[in-house]
Design a protein around this ligand. Structure first.
Ligand SMILES: *[C@@H]1O[C@H](CO)[C@@H](O)[C@H](O)[C@H]1NC(C)=O
Ligand SMILES: *[C@@H]1O[C@H](CO)[C@@H](O)[C@H](O)[C@H]1NC(C)=O
Ligand SMILES: *[C@@H]1O[C@H](CO)[C@@H](O)[C@H](O)[C@H]1NC(C)=O
Ligand SMILES: *[C@@H]1O[C@H](CO)[C@@H](O)[C@H](O)[C@H]1NC(C)=O
Ligand SMILES: *[C@@H]1O[C@H](CO)[C@@H](O)[C@H](O)[C@H]1NC(C)=O
Ligand SMILES: [Zn+2]
Length: 378
């Protein structure tokens, strides 16, 4: 049985090597990170073929193949989808490490963990371990702090589009640059990049089945909700996402509008903190971090995916993108708790037999003497 997971334990060679200092790295270029992830994908599906399949998603700028892994328990039931991508920004190495960790944990524990067993009955998990493969390899080989993809511009005088500014959500409007030398160059148009297009076309095709879109970044310790391009709260109701609470006892005129998406993110952050005390901030990107446009999270929500989150993993800037190796595993462990909290919530919310408990205090309404909750259903 252990042999089933050998591929994974071999993989963390790349995890362990994640944080070689740039000087060590220059001295010994090591191409194994992406190669190992490709091998790991092949291995993990071979040794778990009852649950895992590997699928073609598209090609990168430099013609590398993008694959995603699908974890599906065989069933006659109609299931929904949770999507998670990692490594859209090349230098955020903890992110692909988390996608691999996530897959490993699910496979290792789905028989024994009642929560995982339950949500796998209703949900298929689609995991893209490295979205920006060309950039990821470049960050290993040439420039540890490379962020963008590797598309050439201006006759090859400058390289790279920020893929997380290239989605078709208020594209090019705020928090971007049109200068291809910039770290936040948004590309020549929405979905101008093959990596963005591959993801967007796939998500569009499946969107009626996708309940949750997760995209993993570092660093900063945030769980970010839409939107980045406007400070207006998301006003689309994809199912009962919002509750209106009429709060009596303090002031009858106070009618807070609570966003379930926020509420779930707060529960996820609390679960994460329970492991090692790591503190995350939760909120709309534009309010708690900065404004940006063309992000995959905003786009996924705009096209109708009810739950859409960006994770910014450890740390808060001490090491930044170059997270020390001894933090890889704890970061993955605590993040696992946050992500499974979200998936569990989505499962219980959308599938019969589930029950989502909402109380005045869990909603931050403990000052109210009584609360009238109204679910907004579109
Ligand atoms: C890359 O790193 C791995 C793990 O440390 C090592 O086994 C391998 O020999 C290295 N490859 C190169 C080309 O240096
Ligand atoms: C991309 O790779 C495929 C094989 O994987 C090859 O057939 C094709 O010619 C390549 N295209 C370019 C533009 O290099
Ligand atoms: C790119 O190169 C071509 C041919 O050398 C030239 O005609 C064109 O002006 C160049 N474009 C830019 C943006 O530099
Ligand atoms: C972007 O979205 C707009 C408005 O929804 C649409 O008209 C346009 O075709 C989209 N562009 C792409 C590249 O999908
Ligand atoms: C683009 O940015 C680079 C680097 O900051 C700068 O040197 C260059 O002048 C800028 N180009 C334009 C057209 O603004
Ligand atoms: Zn990022």
């Amino acid at each position: 049985w252990f042999a089933n997971f050998l591929p994974f334990y071999a993989l963390p060679l790349s995890l362990v090597m994640i944080n070689l200092s740039p000087s060590m790295f220059d001295a010994e270029p090591n191409l194994s990170a992406m190669t190992t992830i490709y091998q790991w994908m092949t291995q993990i599906q071979k040794s778990n073929s009852e649950l895992v399949t590997q699928h073609y998603l598209g090609k990168t700028t430099e013609n590398r193949t993008m694959y995603y892994l699908q974890i599906s328990q065989p069933s006659d039931k109609i299931k929904k989808i949770i999507w998670m991508d990692c490594g859209i920004h090349a230098r955020e190495w903890i992110s692909p490490a988390f996608c691999q960790w996530f897959v490993k944990e699910i496979l290792q524990n789905y028989r024994s963990d009642p929560k995982i067993r339950r949500f796998l009955q209703n949900l298929d998990l689609y995991i893209l371990p490295v979205l920006n493969i060309d950039g990821y390899i470049y960050s290993w080989e040439k420039d540890r702090l490379w962020r963008k993809n590797r598309s050439p511009h201006m006759n090859g005088t400058c390289y790279g589009t920020d893929l997380n500014r290239n989605f078709n959500s208020s594209w090019g409007s705020i928090g971007v640059s049109y200068n291809c030398s910039s770290e936040i160059f948004c590309g020549s148009g929405p979905e101008s990049e093959p990596e963005t297009r591959a993801v967007a076309q796939f998500i569009k095709k499946k969107k009626s089945d996708i309940l949750c879109y997760l995209t993993i970044h570092s660093y900063g310790q945030y769980i970010l909700t839409p939107y980045g391009s406007t400070t207006r709260p998301p006003n689309k109701n994809f199912g009962p996402l919002k509750i209106t609470a009429k709060c009596t006892g303090t002031d009858d005129n106070i009618i807070p509008v609570l966003n379930i998406q926020m509420h779930v993110a707060e529960m996820a952050a609390a679960a994460l903190m329970g492991k090692y005390g790591t503190s995350y901030k939760v909120g709309p990107t534009s309010l708690i971090l900065y404004s940006n446009s063309g992000s995959s999270r905003d786009w996924a929500h705009m096209i109708g995916i009810p739950f859409s989150y960006t994770f910014e993993l450890r740390d808060k800037g001490t090491h930044g993108f170059v997270l020390p190796p001894d933090q890889i595993q704890p970061t993955c462990e605590e993040t696992m708790l946050a992500v499974t909290t979200i998936i569990d919530y989505v499962d219980q919310k959308y599938f019969p037999g589930g029950a989502v408990m909402l109380t005045a205090s869990s909603l931050g309404l403990s000052l109210c003497l009584s609360v009238v909750l109204t679910w907004t259903v579109s």
